[in-house]
Design a protein around this ligand. Structure first.
Ligand SMILES: [Fe+2]
Ligand SMILES: [Fe+2]
Length: 192
């Protein structure tokens, strides 16, 4: 399957506002993938599909993960809507016929980030946070995030913003997000 076919499937599945967001994520992902020499077609496919399971309710997402032996973080158990990424990652190879571990990890970890998300995961994570439809950022914020010289620095910037937000609403960062932050701060590189 190619990107265009997958985009049609997602268009028929998502509400217009969600589909717009997904297209926004594709747009940023494509630019980042080109810039950092990743597979552009896979980046676009991961991006268009990343929120495919956003319409399942939290309990169904959690049951799906338990039934399919998908590892679940404590924070995801507490807020199972976060698991829409885990479930979409499971569906991607089923829907597209493409079995690529980089895409699976990228979609899996787009909500909380992870040291395991890979460079493609960084692309989707940063694009999801910064696409043009996101009203919590202005153009200066976007340029600050995209201006970093590496995907690792961009992820650190987004995590720092998530951390500030978490502190403001008095909710700690998820452990997996902290692990990702510390891994990158210590100079860790995401798998290419
Ligand atoms: Fe999402
Ligand atoms: Fe999203």
């Amino acid at each position: 399957m190619d990107y265009t076919t997958l985009e049609k499937i997602v268009r028929d599945h998502e509400k217009p506002s969600r589909f717009e967001h997904s297209l926004g994520v594709v747009e940023v992902s494509e630019v980042l993938a080109r810039r950092f020499r990743l597979n552009v077609e896979l980046a676009r496919m991961a991006a268009i599909f990343h929120d495919f399971n956003r319409y399942m309710d939290g309990q169904s997402l959690l049951s799906f993960c338990l039934d399919h032996k998908i590892p679940v973080e404590e924070e995801e158990k507490a807020a199972p809507m976060l698991l829409h990424g885990a479930v979409a990652a499971w569906y991607f190879p089923v829907v597209t016929g493409i079995k690529d571990e980089r895409v699976v990890r990228a979609i899996r970890h787009h909500t909380l980030a992870s040291p395991e998300m890979g460079a493609l995961g960084a692309v989707i994570y940063v694009a999801d946070y910064s696409e043009k439809g996101r009203r919590h950022l202005d153009d200066n914020d976007r340029l600050a995030i995209w201006g970093h010289g590496s995907l690792e620095e961009m992820v650190l910037d987004v995590i720092a913003r998530e951390e500030a937000y978490s502190a403001a609403v008095d909710r700690p960062l998820a452990a997996v997000t902290v692990r990702c932050r510390d891994f990158l701060k210590e100079g860790g590189r995401l798998a290419r």
